[in-house]
Ligand binder design. Structure first.
Ligand code: AHR
Length: 649
């Protein structure tokens, strides 16, 4: 009985198939490909969290933006008030009082994120905290979803009333089901009757969220992320970890516990690029560290939180005075140690009990922490040292990720790599937003890396096309795929890789290209997404030696790039043809055992003859993977070689 192996070929091509012979030594499986190899990097940029993955539809729900009524339109008698109860870290709320005239109205409406976009027939959960103004004076609210742009007789798509009987703060909830779809809808609240009310934390979520969790994540986006089957989830940034200044850095302790009491933080991406300026872009922290850990667990990815090292964004701050002094770092170090307790500590521990109170008594099993994002020079290394010391003492098993700065080469990079080795980082985070030629040239980048030092985490990368082609076209994805064969070939040193940024709202983006684009109703996977998905869902187990006719790794000869791995039932070969010549493909499988043969060949192809082809919300399937079974023609070739020669189509 012959042992059959299945060959899965992933071809990412500008043209149908490459020419040269490839030889794969199936008898020499090498280094394991880490389960963390292909993953996600999530940052709240481009309205990725608020207005994106986090499904909240009300903007400035707690009146905590610095312009406290931003995104709200008030009418009648509405007054902004402050009180440390019931949510000390979100003290603002509104007081609604009757106008005193039957035909005049008090209330407010919210514009949402680029509209409160609702679908006819779908259900939405409205909730708020409220209190009547006096005992025995119950208030009444009318809550509506409206379409202000309609020419129909009524703007109202859904309406219901809420009684507010108590003069103590309480949470109230109702479900609204709009009769029609509105892209630019609004949430409107009228005060009815003769009694006033105080309102706080006004919220609206689709009933249908990821895993059905109330107050959860947007289903279509979360599902696309899950469908990548990522091995690691890096969060929450990116530059937002640093902040434009230290007070606006991301502080995880503000992001856990009841959402109503999470303070709003400034999002640096509202002003970093004034050519795409979003003055009302803040972080509600509704998507906080508990939710990140939970999502990582849901999708089977290792969580990789990034924490501030005591530095504000170094691009934006030249002076040492902007950063935390070396002798005052303890609170920052405590943030890391406490986070590990939050993630992994027993439910009886101080921070573990916070996690347990949020519904997850079991530990999250955190294994990695990154200290610093894109930091450089001695301001970084001098601060990192005490973090490493404290971590090694308290949590010796936690792997530490250090930074190699914002560039993949140059003085900062050259300084940091040996420093990371000296300080004992386990992995070094490299970032590259570079053009086509850089990606092709760097397909062999890791072939000659020093194996004695820390491992590599390609933490942020994307091909930024030259000559005005800085968007998500197929050619950019092709370059990324060519480069990724080099990551895979060097899986002994490259342990993680995460494309960046991940998400972008079509109306709210600051940075492109991005892996997934969305509006309020739907989302679209770019060709870069499909490249990531093909690699991640075909990660395999061990790297197989793969060589071209010249005996070297296939990394640019005849515009071809390839890597191969073992899988439980055979082998997986990834081939990228960046050239423009379609030719037949011959793959030599060398070293098959006597009784082995090829049983089936599956070819998944991501192809476009138009290098500028782009998937959009309106044309989402211009570049998508297609799978077919090939009729292989196995030929025994001494010694124990099989030639796969797909029949020409
Ligand atoms: O991904 C966008 C930004 O690029 C990140 O915030 C930062 O780390 C890098 O400069």
């Amino acid at each position: 009985m012959k042992k059959l192996i299945a060959a899965t070929i992933l071809a990412i091509t500008a043209h149908t198939a490459p020419a040269a012979d490839i030889t794969i030594r199936v008898d020499r499986p090498g280094t394991p490909v880490q389960p963390t190899m292909y993953g996600l990097f999530f940052e709240d940029i481009n309205f990725a969290a608020d207005g994106g993955l986090y499904a909240e539809m009300v903007k400035n729900r707690s009146f905590e933006f610095p312009q406290h009524l931003a995104a709200w339109r008030t009418f009648g008698r509405v007054e902004l008030r402050t009180d440390s109860a019931p949510f000390p870290r979100c003290p603002h709320y509104v007081r609604l009082t009757p106008t005193g005239h039957r035909d005049k109205h008090t209330g407010l409406d919210n514009e949402g994120f680029f509209g409160v976009s609702v679908r006819g027939g779908a259900s939405y959960r409205f909730s708020l905290w409220a209190r009547a103004l006096a005992p025995g004076a119950p208030a009444r609210l009318r809550v509506e979803l409206i379409d202000p742009s309609t020419a129909a007789r009524t703007q109202v798509l859904a309406s219901d009333t809420l009684a507010i009987p108590a003069d103590a703060w309480q949470r109230y909830e109702l479900t609204l089901t709009p009769s029609a779809t509105a892209a630019r809808g609004r949430l409107r609240i009228f005060l009815e009757g003769d009694a006033g009310a105080d309102l706080e934390h006004i919220s609206l979520f689709p009933a249908d969220t990821w895993k059905g969790r109330p107050g959860g994540l947007r289903l279509d986006i979360a599902q696309k992320l899950a469908d990548l089957r990522p091995g690691v989830l890096r969060f929450p940034g990116g530059c937002i970890v640093e902040g434009t200044d230290l007070p606006t850095r991301y502080q995880w302790k503000n992001t856990v516990g009841p959402v109503e009491n999470r303070p709003v933080n400034e999002n640096r991406w509202h002003y970093t690029f004034t050519n795409r300026f979003f003055p009302d872009y803040y972080q509600s922290y509704g998507l906080g560290f508990f939710e990140y850990f939970q999502f990582a667990e849901d999708i089977g990815a290792e969580p990789l939180p990034v924490l501030n090292v005591g530095l504000a964004c170094q691009y934006q701050n030249d002076s040492e005075a902007a950063h935390c002094p070396l002798d005052s770092l303890q609170p920052y170090i405590d943030d890391v140690l406490d986070l590990i307790e939050f993630a992994n500590g027993p439910a009886t521990s101080a921070w573990g009990s916070v996690r347990a109170s949020m519904g997850h008594p079991e530990p999250f099993g955190l294994k990695f922490v990154a200290i610093g994002n894109e930091q450089w020079d001695t301001p970084y290394t001098s601060r990192l040292a005490p973090f490493v010391k404290a971590l090694r003492e308290r949590y010796p098993d936690i792997k530490i990720v250090g930074s190699s700065g914002p560039d993949p080469d140059g003085a900062r990079f050259d300084f940091l790599w040996p420093e990371m080795a000296r300080l004992g980082a386990d992995l070094v985070d490299e970032h590259y937003y570079r053009d086509e030629q850089w990606f092709l040239r760097n397909a062999t980048r890791y072939d000659s890396y020093d194996r004695r030092g820390p491992a590599v985490f390609a933490g942020e990368y994307a091909c930024h096309g030259a000559d005005g082609h800085n968007y998500n076209h197929f050619n950019a994805a092709l370059m990324e795929a060519a480069f990724m064969t080099g990551l895979e070939r060097n899986a002994d040193i490259v342990r993680m890789a995460t494309y960046a940024p991940l998400l972008a709202h079509v109306e709210g983006w600051q940075w492109r290209p991005d892996m997934i684009w969305f509006d309020n109703f739907s989302s679209v996977a770019t060709s870069s997404y499909y490249v990531q998905q093909l690699f991640a869902t075909n990660r395999g187990e061990r790297v197989l030696p793969l060589t071209a006719a010249d005996g070297r790794p296939l990394a640019g000869q005849d515009s071809l790039y390839a890597s191969a791995v073992t899988s439980p039932d055979g082998i997986i070969i990834k081939i990228v043809n960046t050239g423009d010549t379609p030719q037949p493909l011959a793959i030599n499988l060398r070293g098959l055992r006597k009784k082995q043969n090829v049983s089936s060949v599956t070819l998944t192809e991501l192809h476009s003859s138009d290098p500028r082809a782009e998937n959009t919300l309106f044309s989402p399937a211009r570049v998508v993977p297609r799978t077919r079974t090939l009729s292989a023609h196995p030929h025994a070739r001494p010694p124990r070689t099989v030639l796969l020669q797909p029949r020409s189509q």
